[in-house]
Write a protein that binds this ligand. Sequence first.
Ligand SMILES: Nc1ncnc2c1ncn2[C@@H]1O[C@H](COP(=O)(O)OP(=O)(O)O)[C@@H](O)[C@H]1O
Ligand SMILES: [Mg+2]
Length: 254
Amino acid sequence: MTAPLLEVRDLTVSFDGFKAIDGLSLSILPRSVRVLIGPNGAGKSTLLDTIIGRVRPAQGHIVFQGRDITRTPEYEIVQLGICRKFQAPGILDSLSVFENLALAARHHRPWWSFFRFGLEADLTERVEEILDLIHLRDKRDAPARSLAHGQKQWLEIGMVVASDADLLLLDEPAAGMSHAEVEQTAALVKRLSARHSLIVIDHDMTFVAQLDAPVSVLHMGRLLKEGSLDEVRSDPQVASVYLGRVEEDALGRA
Ligand SMILES: Nc1ncnc2c1ncn2[C@@H]1O[C@H](COP(=O)(O)OP(=O)(O)O)[C@@H](O)[C@H]1O
Ligand SMILES: [Mg+2]
């Protein structure tokens, strides 16, 4: 059996006595995609905040690559290889796509590595690779401000990828995208899973279906159901707390 990359064990997170996460356990395999869905307020973002060390749990453990990181500071967790999609202002508008990626890649290299001969060449090569991966090759030298909304999202994902983290946390990466962009984003996430594990939060069921990955449904800080999208969709409990509402949302957005 493959050892999990990440294990969340019996996690509870309280905000002034309110349990945003309530006894949640979850396990992520290496090079896999896991989708998190659940109604607003279910605790999805809080879970990612807790994994990255921004929020401290009241109870439970988070184990990454066999190491307990429950009390590890955020900057150390990032160094260990977990990266969350950069929050604004992640992208620097006046810099080119290439420069933004290079900055992100450089940011995640330890300072002493710059004394090693050949690192800049390494870094450039990696950034060129990521440009192809995120389909922004022809925007390489364009200022980030000139990108369309979807392309900006891909650049942000590229910046996370540039960290070379083993676990990437993406909170609604396809938000506000056109159908074609959503499809390309799903393909991108799948390509990334050749090298990384990803936890992806999204509301868009078309996107989730295209990811074709196991789904964990959160509700009131608890794990309601885990399985394929078809399995969770056909679960009456999931349908009653969640899917009816999402399909309405999705219609509203289309
Ligand atoms: N920093 C915070 N302080 C107080 N309550 C919070 C905080 N962050 C989140 N919450 C609450 O925790 C619950 C879960 O929020 P969140 O994780 O953002 O849900 P989701 O991402 O699933 O929509 C919500 O009720 C939210 O209001
Ligand atoms: Mg959220």
